[in-house]
Each structure stands twice: as C-alpha cells, then as structure tokens.
Design a protein around this ligand. Structure first.
Ligand SMILES: NC(=O)c1ccc[n+]([C@@H]2O[C@H](COP(=O)([O-])OP(=O)(O)OC[C@H]3O[C@@H](n4cnc5c(N)ncnc54)[C@H](O)[C@@H]3O)[C@@H](O)[C@H]2O)c1
Length: 501
C-alpha cells in the first residue's frame, strides 16, 4: 500500500502559512510548497518573506523594543505570560506533534525524547521564566581611593533574530525564544523551510498567551532571500542561530559590520569512547546506535556518530549495534509502531549515500545498511541503519557530520590513543565515555575539548547548559548563562563624597 500523509493534513486542519508582522498575519508575494520527506506528497504551502517583508518584521520588533511595554514590563508580568505559554504548549502537544510529523516526518512515537518533545519545550519556558526575578546586577565596593558606589544592571539586548533548523523545532524554538522574551527582548523568528508549520502554530500560541503586539514576529522562507535579509539587517541587535557550520560562518561574517551579538549552535561529530571495562558494552552500543537511528535517523547535532571502541570490545559492540539496526521500523510517522524518520530531503539522501560509497572506497568495513529503502517506502528519503567498522579517523566518514543513520566505529588501543582520536576533529559538541573506572571517566572527560560529556549515558534537560567548543558553536543554551546571553551588562557609578567629583 502506498504511504500517504494526506488524511492527517485534513485531521489537523492544516492551513497555508502566513507571516506575522507587528501583530498582523499577512500573505507574501511568493509561497513555498512543502513536500513530505516520507512520501514526496505536497503537504501545504507557506509565505516566503521577501527582503521588504523581513524589513517590516524587524522594524516592528524594533518599535516594540524601543517604545512598547514588553521591555519595560515588571518581572511578574513576564513570568505570567511565559508560564501561561508553557501551559498552552502542553495543552496543544498532540496537535503540535502532528504538525511536526507533517513537517519533518519525525514519528509521533518519538515525541518524548529531548529534541522532539513539546513538554520539554514547555519546561524550557518555565525554566527561563524562573530567572526573570532572580538574575540582576551587582553592587561593587570601591577598589581603591575614595568612597563611591558602582552598580551593574542587566538590560535586554534588543531585537533578536532567532533562526532555527528543521530537526528539533520545539526545543530549539524554546531555547531561543524563552530566554529572549524572559530578558525583555523582542524577536523575529525564522523557522526552517523544512519545519515551518509547527513553528507557525507555536508563534500563534504566543499571542494567545498574551504577548503584546510586535514582540514576536514570524518570517518564513528559505535561507535566501529570507534568512539573508534577516542576518544582514542593521536594526537587529543579536542573532541566535542553530544550524549548519557553513551558515554559522556566514552569520559571523554578516554580523561583523554592525557588531551584532551572535550565539551559534552548530554541528558535531561527537565521539563515544567505549573502553573494554565499560559496565555494559552492549548498552553503550545501543545508546550510540539509538542516537543515529531512532527518531531523527541520525539527523541530530549531538548524536554520538563516531564510536571509538577499545579493540578487544569492537566485535561485541558491533554485534549489539547490529541488533538495534535490525529492530528500527520506518513508515508512516503517524503510525505508533514507526520508530525512525526519513531524511529531510532528496539532497540529504544523496549526500548520505555518497558518504556510504566514500566509506567503502576508503577501506572501512560496511557491516550493515548503506542502502535506500525500497518497496512501499520508495517515494520517501529512507536509508537503512548503517554501521561501518575498522574505520580510521582520517576517513571522511569519521571526520564529517553526515547527518544520517551512519555509525562509524574506530578501534583504539590505549586511553591516550582514544583521547587523541576523540580530539582530532574540528568539532567539539558532545562526547560519551563508557568505563567502570571512575578516575578514568573524569580524567578522560577533562581531556576532551567538547561542551558536554556523558559518562555511561547521556541525558539532556532544560537547565543543563548545551553547546560546543571549537567549530560546534559560540555560547550555550539552557541555564543561567543562556538567559544572560540575551542581556547587556550596564555599569552605573556615583561618587558618594564631594572629594570624588
Ligand atoms: N548544536 C545544536 O544545538 C544543533 C541542534 C540542531 C541542529 N544543529 C545543526 O543544524 C544542521 C542541520 O540543520 P539545517 O539543515 O536546518 O541547517 P541549515 O544551516 O541548512 O539551516 C538552518 C537555518 O538557517 C537558514 N539559512 C540557510 N542559509 C541561510 C543564510 N544564508 N542566512 C540566514 N539563514 C540561513 C535555513 O533556512 C534554516 O532556517 C546540522 O549541522 C546540525 O548539526 C545543531
């Protein structure tokens, strides 16, 4: 039977997407037709914001920042709106998960993991609402000389351009919008052209929560013209971006002229170091393989796609990874038995298959997978879970972010080797260390040039800082420092005696 998502489109009452500028929903001159990654069917269309539309959205956000009530509101008012919004997200969780399944094909069965969960997004809003009345400035005593007072204040950074990827729209929307709004900023949000419908609904719910006009504005459309117009706009104060390293670099270049503040969450090639004394080598294999197959089919920035396995544990590790590879189910994302998504588009499908070919040419051992799924799934972008063994760290499959269901196993002999190989990458997002030796676990964790290390497991939560070293990004999401990144620090000083004047 041919796969179709059309009935879900009807059930969810999907409407064509419009822009939101200064509190008004608007059409645009051009539209984008979204095709479903599991079936190739047309799902619906949404507005493509032109340069003029983006300019209008930024000016609306600027006006709301310079003249509107939100940046001047009392802490208690902002807390109420953000908490109300968290509740609205929870109430609309089923609808939002359905829209996400129509957008990026993430199966409903995977609505509970961190990256794809609506309830985590709601918790992130609650978390940042909690900082509003707790993070302030300091009073500083004189360092030398006479009597004077110096104080610091935290003020909202201004107009924020929030640019999202397609793979984790709920959580990444929350990781940007929650601290920005909590701090009193105004926002122009641009979702990915491959996951716009669920974000359009999330923005609509912000209005229902009571956000004043112009505080949040929505511009949908692709990187060019929409994204480019946003990152080069002179009235934007800060760009908060999650996406590929290539676009991250472009944002750094584009923001240099006006010194915009920039937060970047980029890609990774995260290593999992599995020692043969790991408490459970099989479980380590399941964790890595789960990260590159279940839910997002490896289209996750922090997935442990590079398994560095001590040589004498390699076969046990591969055997268990293979079991999981065989258990993954594909198909209709609305079917509760389906566990993994298609690749987002045909370009990504070709890219992943290209890496499979390259891995074989470079001499790695293809253990399983590496092929496109055919039959009922032939119109979708599905690739079978893939394992490469006996790879070396100089191979493209060990160096590049493939963003697909490919696990590359690189054997090592000693702890020093493992650390050297793990750090031999331009990325530095996450890592895993699997061992029974507590001292080794901390020794290795300290030696890794990455933002997040999981010892014998990896669990993310809204208050845990998330982000990377090196070319995996700039700054962190989650926690107090993420809130502070949407503020500027102002110092005000005053002499207390006449002699100081
Ligand atoms: N570190 C993290 O937290 C994290 C989380 C999720 C995804 N990612 C990364 O995201 C990437 C996959 O997502 P993607 O394919 O959507 O990334 P992408 O960089 O292609 O697109 C991300 C967003 O940038 C926009 N964009 C593209 N060109 C632009 C331009 N010139 N100017 C402004 N905006 C532009 C896109 O329209 C989209 O909204 C992977 O590299 C992945 O590792 C990182």
């Amino acid at each position: 039977m041919t796969l179709t998502v059309q009935p879900h489109r009807e059930t969810l009452g999907l409407e064509d997407g419009r822009l939101l500028i200064g509190g008004e929903f608007r059409e645009a001159d051009k539209t984008w037709t979204h095709r479903h990654p599991a079936t190739g069917e047309e799902v619906g269309s949404f507005a493509v914001a032109s340069e003029q539309d983006v300019d209008a959205a930024v000016r609306a956000a600027r006006k709301a920042f310079d003249e509107g009530p939100w940046p001047r509101s009392k802490a208690g008012e902002r807390i109420k709106v953000l908490r109300r919004y968290g509740d609205l997200l929870r109430e609309h969780a089923d609808e939002l998960k359905g829209l996400q399944a129509l957008d990026n094909g993430v199966p409903l069965s995977f609505g509970q993991i961190y990256a794809t969960s609506v309830s985590i997004a709601a918790d992130i809003f609650d978390h940042h609402a909690g900082w509003i009345d707790k993070v302030g400035g300091q009073t500083l005593p004189p360092y030398q000389g006479g009597d004077h007072l110096a104080m610091t204040f935290r003020e909202p950074v201004g107009v924020v351009a929030a640019i999202l990827p397609w793979n984790a729209p709920f959580v990444l929307f929350a990781q940007k919008l929650a601290p920005a709004l909590a701090a009193g900023c105004t926002v122009v949000v641009k979702p990915s052209e491959y996951a716009s419908f669920c974000v359009i609904r999330m923005v609509g719910l912000l209005l229902e929560a009571g956000l004043p006009e112009g505080v949040v504005n929505l511009v949908t459309g692709p990187g060019t013209p929409t994204g480019e117009a946003l990152i080069t706009h002179p009235l934007v104060d800060k760009i908060s971006f999650t996406g590929s390293r290539a676009v991250g670099r472009r944002i750094v270049e584009a923001s240099a002229g006006t010194m915009k503040r920039v937060s970047l969450e980029l890609g990774g090639k995260s290593p999992a170091i599995v020692f043969s004394d790991a408490p459970n080598v099989g479980l380590a294999a399941m964790t890595c393989m789960g990260m590159v197959t279940m839910g997002l089919s490896g289209q996750a920035c922090v997935a442990h796609t590079r398994a560095l396995v001590q040589r004498d544990a390699q076969e046990e590790f591969i055997a268990m990874a293979q079991v999981l590879a065989g258990a993954v189910t594909f198909g209709d994302p609305f079917d509760p038995a389906v566990l993994a998504s298609p690749l987002i588009n045909a370009k990504q499908l070709d890219r992943v298959l290209g890496y499979v070919q390259r891995g074989q040419e470079d001499g790695a051992r293809l253990v399983t997978g590496g092929t496109r799924l055919e039959g009922d799934l032939a119109s979708g972008n599905f690739v079978a879970p893939t394992i490469f063994a006996d790879a070396t760290n100089d191979m493209a499959i060990a160096r590049d972010e493939i963003f697909g269901p490919v696990l590359t196993v690189v054997p090592f002999d000693t702890e020093e080797d493992a650390i050297r190989i793990a750090n031999d990458t331009e990325y530095g997002l996450g890592a895993g260390v699997y061992t029974n030796d507590v001292r080794r676990a901390f020794r290795v964790s300290k030696s890794l040039r990455v933002g997040m290390v999981g010892i014998n497991g990896f669990q993310l939560e809204p208050h845990i800082p998330f982000g990377g070293y090196k070319q995996s990004g700039l700054g962190r999401e989650g926690g107090q420092s993420a809130y502070e990144a949407y503020t500027e620090l102002k110092t005000v000083m005053m002499p207390l005696t006449d002699e100081m004047m």
